[in-house]
Ligand binder design. Structure first.
Ligand code: ADP
Length: 255
C-alpha cells in the first residue's frame, strides 16, 4: 500500500437508514478500518450522523437550528458509543475529536490539534472527527463534513481523503436526473463553473451534495493531495482501491 495516513469521510446517507443509524454499514466500515490498520495504515475517520442518531431518541424538527444543535448534542455520544462497541470487537480504541473552524485558524492552535492527533494515532487509536455542531455558529463553522474532511486531510498531513458517499462515483452530470450520465474515473482538474453550481443535497439529513465534494477535491488537488470518492453502500470498490491497489469503481482525483 502506498499510503501512510489517510482520512475516511462517511456521509449521513451511508450511516442512516429510515431515520436510524445503520449498524450493518457502520460495522462494515469499522471492519475495513481495522484491516487497513493491520496493514500499518493510520486512519482518521470523519463521521456525520450525530443529528440522525439524536433524532432516533428525540424526534425534533431538524430544520430548526436550535433543534439541530440539540440533536447533535444528544446524538454525538450515541454515535460514538456505537462506534466504540464496533471497534471494540476488533480490539481497537476510538476517540472523539470535535473541531470548529477556530481550532485551525492559527499556527499555534493548528500545531496543538496536530500534536493531539499524532499522539492518538501513535497509540493506535482511531480519531473520529466531527464538526462541533452544538456550538458552531456561522463564523466558526466549516460548513459541512466534506470541507471539514479536506481541511483535516491537509492539516493532519494525510496523503489521501476517501469520501464514502451515496453515489458510486462522480459523473459528468447528475446520474439521478440524467440516465445517460457517464462516470468520470479520474479527475485532475476542477473548473470554476463546476464549483459554482448550486448545491444539490438530496435528503433532509444532508447539507452536502456533489459540489461540496468537488470543493474538497479542488482544495486538496491544490495542495498535492489525492481524493477518492466511492460508494459507502457496499465497500468493495474502496476495498480494492485501498487494499489491492486496483481502481475499479469510484473516482480518483489527482493531479
Ligand atoms: P453524502 O450524503 O454522501 O455526502 P450527497 O447526497 O450530499 O452525499 O451528494 C451526493 C449526491 O449528489 C448524489 O447522490 C447525486 O444525486 C448528486 N449529484 C449531483 N450531480 C452529480 C454528479 N455529477 N455526479 C455524482 N453525483 C451527483
Amino acid at each position: 500500500m502506498n499510503y501512510k495516513r489517510i482520512v475516511i469521510k462517511v456521509g449521513s446517507h451511508v450511516l442512516t437508514e429510515n431515520g436510524a443509524v445503520c449498524k450493518e454499514r457502520m460495522l462494515e466500515l469499522v471492519r475495513l478500518i481495522s484491516e487497513l490498520k493491520s496493514k500499518g495504515l493510520e486512519v482518521i475517520l470523519v463521521s456525520s450522523g450525530a443529528v440522525s442518531a439524536g433524532y432516533t431518541v428525540l424526534p425534533l424538527d431538524r430544520l430548526d437550528i436550535g433543534n439541530k444543535q440539540a440533536l447533535a448534542a444528544i446524538g454525538q455520544p450515541l454515535l460514538l458509543k456505537m462506534y466504540q462497541e464496533k471497534f471494540a470487537t476488533f480490539e481497537i480504541l476510538c476517540s472523539q475529536v470535535l473541531l470548529s473552524a477556530a481550532d485551525l485558524d492559527s499556527k499555534k492552535r493548528t500545531a496543538l490539534a496536530r500534536h493531539a492527533l499524532d499522539n492518538l494515532l501513535a497509540h493506535g487509536v482511531v480519531p473520529i472527527i466531527n464538526e462541533n455542531d452544538v456550538i458552531a455558529t456561522e463564523e466558526l463553522e466549516f460548513g459541512d463534513n466534506d470541507q471539514l474532511s479536506a481541511y483535516v486531510t491537509d492539516t493532519f498531513e494525510a496523503e489521501l481523503l476517501v469520501i464514502l458517499s451515496d453515489i458510486d462515483a462522480l459523473y459528468d452530470k447528475d446520474p439521478r436526473a440524467f440516465e445517460d450520465a457517464v462516470v468520470r474515473k479520474e479527475v485532475s482538474e476542477i473548473s470554476q463553473e463546476e464549483l459554482d453550481a448550486p448545491t444539490t443535497a438530496n435528503n433532509e439529513f444532508a447539507t452536502g451534495g456533489i459540489v461540496t465534494k468537488l470543493k474538497a477535491a479542488y482544495f486538496l488537488l491544490a495542495r498535492g493531495k489525492k481524493m477518492f470518492m466511492a460508494t459507502g453502500f457496499g465497500l468493495s470498490d474502496v476495498r480494492s482501491f485501498l487494499l489491492d491497489g486496483v481502481h475499479e469503481g469510484g473516482t480518483l482525483f489527482k493531479k
